[in-house]
Design a protein around this ligand. Structure first.
Ligand code: PHE
Length: 343
């Protein structure tokens, strides 16, 4: 019987099978229990010797059951740990087609980053100002007094005036940051100002909200040669055309004197930049007007400077051959996939 029970124990592959073995041996009608019950029928002397034997057997079976149970429990735990194991070093699965997609850099942001890098290499820092401006910063300090016709050119968005105060405006250009920068820091100054600008104008080539980048250089003995060299270098680097034709054309802005608009060479017929014999206006520039320097607390006899401003959408459209302004603001994924770049 002992050998039978040992064999059954060894063959019990799990805890449930083990319990069946226990019941068969030690249960109410188990084999060992049956032997114990049978003792009463034996004569007294035989009963004692036989009883001791059966009790030893019972103890052995109990210990063997306990040992086998411990082994099976340890095996069950090992199996569970193995089944639940995670390999954190596995490479991630490729994103499922319907899953979340990685974002990308909007063409406006990309151009701003390129401007910051290109001018950064020429020693320009980045300055910023508020979108909501006072009339003085946006106009008067820039030598655009009230009733000046240039104010009409700007299609200004006015906000409600505070009690007894003047109406704030959504800045119509980044030029007010010229004033803020000159008031905030001592010359020499070399900054660019990328940012949002606003004009009440809306068609295929105008948006009420658009972006400009301003440039301002103030130093001793700054002259038009510096202006021309800086802008020619910038335009050729930005458009990636080493011999891009650049033309300076006399113009007028109230805050620069003299003022120049800058044209680049292109083909009106094919839209290709750099050749074709036609001219395309690309930016406004000039020597900072002495009145503007004085308005911003800088002595125009000691310091000179130049400034320029251009539309970020416009240079982005020209560089990448983007035909329409409106999709810049529409978050159309097909357009973004075509023109946006990965980070
Ligand atoms: N502020 C001008 C505009 O919005 C551009 C400009 C900036 C011109 C600086 C000259 C100097 O058109």
């Amino acid at each position: 019987l002992r050998a039978d029970i040992e064999a059954a124990l060894a063959g019990a592959a799990d805890l449930r099978a083990l319990d069946a073995v226990r019941v068969a041996a030690l249960g109410k009608s188990g084999q060992v229990t049956g032997l114990l019950k049978g003792l009463g029928a034996l004569p007294p002397e035989e009963r004692r010797a036989r009883g001791a034997e059966v009790n030893v057997l019972k103890g052995e079976v109990e210990r063997a059951l306990e040992t086998r149970r411990a082994t099976l429990e340890a095996a069950a735990l090992d199996a569970r740990l193995a089944a639940e194991r995670l390999d954190v070093s596995l490479p991630p699965r490729a994103a499922a087609p319907a899953g979340p997609e990685a974002g990308s850099i909007h063409p406006i942001s990309r151009t701003m980053e390129e401007l910051i890098a290109l001018f950064g290499a020429m020693g320009f820092a980045v300055a910023e100002g508020p979108d909501i401006e006072g009339d003085w910063h946006n106009f008067s300090a820039l030598n655009i007094p009230e009733h000046h016709p240039a104010r009409q050119d700007h299609d200004t968005f006015y906000l409600t005036a505070p009690e007894g105060g003047r109406r704030p405006v959504l800045r119509t250009h980044t030029s007010p940051v010229q004033i803020r920068t000159m008031l905030a820091q001592e010359p020499p100054i070399r900054v660019i100002v990328p940012g949002r600008t606003w004009r009440a104008d809306h068609d295929a080539t105008h948006s009420p909200m658009f972006h400009q980048v301003e440039g301002l250089v103030i130093g001793r003995g700054i002259h038009m040669g510096h202006l021309k060299g800086t802008l020619v270098d910038f335009l050729r680097a930005f458009f990636g055309i080493a011999d891009l034709p650049v033309r300076f054309r006399a113009s007028y802005f109230p805050f620069t004197e003299p003022s120049m608009e800058v044209d680049i060479g292109w083909s009106r017929r094919t839209g290709e930049l750099g050749q074709g014999g036609d001219w395309l206006e690309i930016l406004g520039s000039g020597m900072v007007h002495p009145k503007v320097l004085a308005n911003a607390g800088i002595d125009p006899r000691a310091w000179q400077g130049f400034a320029f401003g251009m539309g970020i959408e416009r240079i982005t459209m020209l560089k990448h051959g983007i035909p329409d302004l409106r999709p810049f603001y529409e978050a159309d994924l097909r357009w973004l996939r075509h023109y946006a770049t990965s980070p």
